[in-house]
Design a binder for this molecule. Structure first.
Ligand code: ADP
Ligand code: MG
Length: 154
């Protein structure tokens, strides 16, 4: 049986959005199924909307979306959510799994907060087995598809 929070995710996904605002709104709704101790892996090319989705998720936990930005140079941004921290990782610049290992990834993947990671393919072997894997796809113009990774394309 699918546990209730994830069942809710399956009600919402796959989804198509037509603007960044719609992607943020979807993120806020997805957040109802998310919480501390979970890692969400956001797959998708540059401009697919990963950071917009993170803004929406974080906003549901009390983080002002304008404070959420890709931590491309810092590797991780930590935001103070209402009840727990939110770790926002961007692995784009990670050169090797070893580098990520040395960076102390366990504190984020297995920490007290909710962990949201962009470019998770860079560190695939270290992703927790129970990570929620989502794929964002650019459909042209402002349209984006957000689906569980591995879901059949329409
Ligand atoms: P990523 O983090 O995947 O590189 P971003 O979220 O930073 O992508 O950027 C997505 C860009 O695309 C933003 O400039 C955003 O305004 C724009 N955009 C247009 N339509 C959408 C949409 N439907 N969902 C998300 N972003 C969109
Ligand atoms: Mg980004």
């Amino acid at each position: 049986m699918i546990p209730p929070p994830l069942a809710r995710l399956h009600d919402l996904l796959p989804a198509e959005t037509a603007s960044a605002a719609e992607t943020r709104a979807l993120g806020a709704r997805l957040a109802e199924a998310l919480g501390p101790g979970l890692t969400v892996a956001l797959f998708g090319d540059l401009g697919a909307g990963k950071t917009q989705l993170v803004k929406g998720i974080a906003s549901a936990f009390g983080v002002p979306p304008e404070t959420v930005n890709s931590p491309t140079f810092t590797l991780v941004n930590e935001y103070a959510g209402r009840d727990f921290p939110i770790y926002h990782i961007d692995a784009y610049r990670i050169r090797s799994v070893d580098e990520f290992f040395e960076f102390g990834y366990e504190d984020y993947f297995f920490g007290e907060g909710l962990c949201l990671i962009e470019w998770p393919e860079r560190i695939a072997p270290l992703l927790p087995e129970d990570a929620l894997r989502l794929r964002l796809t650019h459909l042209g113009g402002d349209r984006r598809r957000i689906a569980p990774e591995g879901a059949a394309q329409p």
